[in-house]
Write a protein that binds this ligand. Structure first.
Ligand code: NAD
Ligand code: ZN
Length: 359
């Protein structure tokens, strides 16, 4: 069976395009209980961007704190419950932030029309009813969350996305002016998420011409942004990274991620590492799986003087290593892609534990 890809419905790209948000959402304002919910990364509270959010008196604006932990099902449920109690069902929800805020907006849009906790719907096609209109505005580039078909959240038992045909945004606004001041380390870690998406998507049994074409195009842009003479944070590269993130997201959506992401999910679940840095920590030690790409990655780490934490495993308990390995082992689809249908014959829980011990 070939996957049916649900793309985002509408895309606006260009510096300053954020100013079109009010006009874009206007036609949806009559839906449901006639108010919009804006979820804005708390980082922007009191900053100029917050003043540009087109909030009307009937709307709700929530600054979302994503600093302490990755998005949780509890956070999504609370937003849904509080908004519903205060005003009913919104006409739409607009997520303005990095992958974390965008995923919360995607998940919340589904939960306004589906009963119970979002943790019940972590998985593929478990959602029963289409969600409400939702718009994504990335303020960091790399995760591909702006185009992907999943809203990744951590629940009581697992980190896993709400994945269905209604998850992707109805509209995204790609305005690279919004990413111009991302601190260098975060810019690098989240940017490397794209690079790793493409490498993993192109290395495994689910790769195909469609996913590889997006992956290749994204890698060209990533190399401009992170390697060579004109690399670094500047307006031209911000444009490139924004497009690279989108194409990397499409590449992995039509293929799959692999070993690095499986390990990264374990790191985030047990120690709360953010996705971007968790990927970098793992990828740095995966030469036997991704060979030259890991060499290239190390070159980019050195070029941007990124200090990746080392010798982490020394302070981990056996129990923590086992817990991470179990989270990773359960990501069957990633291992299948990376190692083949018979992956369990090639890799055991102990192999994964040894991979973690390399960190
Ligand atoms: P993030 O959203 O977690 O944000 C990282 C930090 O950057 C936060 O402190 C945030 O406040 C800050 N920030 C955001 N915009 C900023 C700006 N313009 N300037 C300065 N600081 C800013 O980071 P991320 O890497 O974009 O997202 C990670 C999340 O995305 C993880 O939860 C991960 O699971 C998820 N993810 C989802 C998908 C998907 O397909 N849905 C894919 C990959 C990752
Ligand atoms: Zn990723």
């Amino acid at each position: 069976m070939h996957k049916i890809l649900k793309n985002v419905d509408k895309v606006v790209f260009g510096r300053g395009s954020f100013n079109q948000l009010d006009e874009i959402i206007e036609e949806k304002r009559a839906d449901h209980d006639k108010f919009m919910v804006f979820l804005v990364d708390k980082f922007f509270e009191g900053k100029p961007l917050a003043d540009k959010v087109p909030v009307r008196p009937e709307d709700i604006l929530i600054f979302v704190d994503v600093d302490d932990h990755e998005p949780t099902t509890q956070q999504v449920d609370e937003i849904r419950d509080n908004v519903k109690k205060e005003k009913g069902i919104p006409s739409g929800i607009i997520g303005i932030g990095g992958g974390s805020v965008m995923d919360i907006a995607k998940a919340a849009s589904l939960m306004f029309t589906n009963e119970g906790s979002s943790s019940l719907y972590q998985g593929l096609n478990l959602i029963k009813n289409p969600g409400i209109y939702h718009v994504g505005v990335p303020t960091i580039s790399g995760t591909g969350a702006e185009v992907s078909t999943t809203a990744v959240v951590t629940g009581p038992e697992k980190k896993l996305g709400l994945k269905c045909e209604w998850t992707p945004f109805n509209q995204i606004i790609l305005d690279s002016e919004l990413i111009s001041e991302v601190p260098k380390n975060q810019w690098f870690y989240t940017g490397m998420d794209t690079y790793i998406h493409c490498i993993e998507s192109e290395t495994g049994m689910y790769k195909n011409t469609f996913s590889t074409a997006y992956g290749d195009a994204s890698l060209v842009l990533c190399r401009d942004v992170f390697k060579g003479q004109t690399c670094g944070q500047n307006p031209e590269n911000d444009d490139k990274l924004m497009v690279a993130s989108m194409m990397g997201g499409l590449s992995l959506t039509y293929s799959e991620v692999g070993v690095c992401h499986a390990l990264s999910y374990g790191l985030s679940f047990v120690f709360g590492y953010r996705h971007g840095i968790a990927n970098c920590l793992a990828f740095n030690h995966l030469e036997d799986y991704y060979g030259e790409a890991v060499q290239e990655f190390k070159g980019m780490v050195a070029q941007h003087k990124i200090e990746l934490p080392r010798n982490l495993a020394n302070s981990w308990t056996e129990e923590q290593i086992t817990q991470m390995a179990e989270v990773a082992y359960n990501l069957d689809h990633m291992w299948k892609h990376a190692l083949g249908l018979e992956w369990k014959e090639k890799l055991t829980l102990d192999t994964i534990k040894d991979l973690y011990r390399r960190l």
